[in-house]
Write a new protein. Structure first.
Length: 252
């Protein structure tokens, strides 16, 4: 089913962006009708209950500032599709790395509650002339679209899982969580990932955060509202513990 969905989504995206006569607003309307890969109804119910129990109130995704306009108009599109020439020419995406080492370019990478700050910091150090944004998405998409969860960076080789069981993999080691004062909606490992192979529509964007006022002003010139929130550009309070560690190093 996954392969058929990816092929169908690719075809719809290429059709939507292939006509130079099609206005951006028309493309956006077409993408709203793209069939996303949904979760089963019962899984959706269980995931909504899980979101409430965990008090998860946002998903986050960091991206170069130059990508925000396209995401704001068309939604968060998995990299595999953005690499096709038609979409590259239409959207001009900037990728945060040359290669997706976990081998899952058909999935967008998001984090629960806070950005993957070790990765985010690394990207900002290697691309110091790039300005960045952190987008917040409605967590309800976790109960509507197919997601796979990985308790640490997916490139580590850990097999992602779906559903509530997969989501709970992000919150392992309760004793450690208590010792490190990790709140209920923060994953144990700051590099934990939530992976989605659907387009997450722009209507699911709850907020756009930037580090500096000039970045907010630049987006405002594009008709996009953003807020300055330096907190999302900083490390988590327990960063010293996780330096050089992953949760897989601590599991039996």
């Amino acid at each position: 089913m996954r392969l058929a969905f990816h092929r169908g989504l690719k075809r719809l995206l290429l059709e939507a962006f292939s006509s130079h006569a099609t206005a951006p607003e028309q493309v956006a309307r077409k993408l709203e009708k793209v069939v996303c890969r949904p979760v089963a109804r019962q899984d959706g119910v269980e995931l909504r209950e899980w979101l409430a129990r965990r008090r998860i109130n946002r998903l986050v995704h960091f991206t170069p500032l130059g990508n925000v306009q396209a995401i704001h108009q068309y939604g968060l599109i998995p990299r595999e599709h953005l690499q096709h020439e038609v979409l590259r020419l239409a959207l001009g995406p900037s990728f945060t790395d040359d290669y997706r080492w976990e081998g899952m370019p058909h999935f967008s990478c998001l984090s629960v509650t806070s950005p993957n700050y070790p990765m985010f910091y690394s990207k900002r150090q290697t691309r110091q002339n790039t300005r960045w944004a952190v987008l917040e998405f409605n967590p309800e998409v976790l109960s509507r679209f197919w997601f796979e969860f990985c308790p640490t960076n997916a490139a580590s080789g850990v097999r992602p899982l779906n559903g509530v069981a997969g989501g709970e993999e992000l919150f392992l080691l309760p004793d450690l969580r208590q010792r490190l004062c990790i709140v209920s909606n923060e994953p144990t490992d700051p590099q934990a990932e939530a992976l989605c192979d659907s387009i997450i529509g722009p209507e699911q964007i709850m907020a756009i955060n930037v580090e500096r006022p000039e970045d907010a002003a630049w987006l405002a010139c594009e008709g996009i509202s953003a807020r300055v929130n330096a907190t999302l550009f900083q490390a988590r309070h327990d960063y010293a513990f996780w330096k050089g560690r992953r949760i897989t190093d601590l599991l039996d």
